[in-house]
Design a protein around this ligand. Structure first.
Ligand code: ZN
Length: 318
């Protein structure tokens, strides 16, 4: 799972809250029953002290006393239930309340594996963190269409698609980066969204940023020493960072240096990055620097998407 410790702690705090809320409901229900059935509270106290005695006898290994206590407890429990039902309450009204009965709101099953509810909470959390939660329901491998590509463009697109699938299937076993480039509207962002959804659904942390937004945040945090490192670590440590539309930001010396630091840090940590851009490869050197060009061309699989501007093709088809 691609969660940082602080993120994991945030999710587990929700489980603590669920347990507290349910305990509060149990307490209120008990008060309600005690008020409605006066005999019930006495029975309840009697039963509690019998349970304490049972524990003592159990520790002393007194089997005969245990057997008779067990019988008394059973009879009292039955009496309590009868009183409850006679007063019009459901017979399980005072049973412990669990929002998830499988893990009893702990997030973990008895064999210490993660409960389905915890896995789901982690994925939801990662979706919310990714900046992609809405778009991925529309843009994923299931909704992807190739009808706007023809001839050589289609052939090329299908090869790129296969590489994107490989990127996902090999994500756990190897470390890979993609540089998806080509002219405006050829579906580059759609491809990175498809990959993001597959990985988020598997519980990986994915962070998406358009290049202008990413550089704003990187530079702002770089200049603010107090926030600085912890925040930047999220960018360097998430399982997949997507930098969309590289080249649309206002490029200057600061953005060039942040771009290099970002892709370099991620490479050192063996964390995957996908960059999409309308720039041609040669423009990387002119716009950024030789070392950015060299990092990308040597460390990234280069996928050049060709074809019509899909946004225009879609409008024409309407
Ligand atoms: Zn659960």
């Amino acid at each position: 799972m691609g969660l940082l410790n602080t993120q994991y702690a945030e999710i587990m705090r929700k489980y603590d809250q669920i347990q507290l809320d349910n305990a509060e409901t149990e307490r209120r229900r008990q008060e309600e029953v005690f008020a409605a059935i006066p005999a019930y509270e006495a029975l309840h106290k009697q039963l509690s002290s019998l349970c304490v005695s049972r524990t003592k006898q159990l520790l002393m290994g007194n089997d005969a006393a245990l057997a008779s206590l067990k019988e008394e407890i059973r009879a009292l429990s039955q009496k309590k239930e009868e009183l409850l039902v006679a007063a019009g309450f459901p017979k399980d009204y005072l049973d412990p309340i669990y929002t998830c009965p499988h893990c009893k709101d702990t997030g973990y099953l008895p064999d210490q594996s993660k409960c389905l509810c915890l896995k789901r909470n982690i994925v939801n959390y990662l979706y919310n963190q990714s900046n992609l939660s809405d778009v991925l329901y529309r843009e994923n491998f299931d909704t992807l269409e190739t009808k706007y590509y023809n001839g050589k463009d289609l052939e090329n697109y299908n090869q790129i698609l296969a590489k994107c699938h490989n990127f996902v299937s090999g994500f756990n076993s190897g470390y890979q980066n993609l540089f998806i480039y080509g002219t405006v509207g050829t579906g580059k962002t759609f491809l990175s969204n498809c990959i993001a959804k597959e990985l988020l659904d598997k519980g990986h942390s994915v962070i998406y940023f358009s290049a202008p937004k990413l550089f704003d945040i990187l530079i702002e945090n770089r200049l603010d020493e107090q926030k600085g490192d912890a925040y930047l670590n999220d960018f360097y440590d998430c399982d997949l960072l997507i930098i969309d539309d590289l080249g649309t930001e206002c490029t200057n010396r600061l953005t060039t240096s942040e771009l290099f630091t970002c892709i370099n840090e991620r490479a050192l940590r063996k964390k995957a990055t996908i960059i999409s851009s309308n720039l041609q490869l040669g423009e990387l050197t002119d716009r950024y620097s030789e070392r950015v060009f060299s990092r990308i061309t040597s460390g990234y699989e280069l996928l050049k998407v060709t074809g019509p501007d899909i946004r225009i093709a879609k409008k024409l088809a309407q």
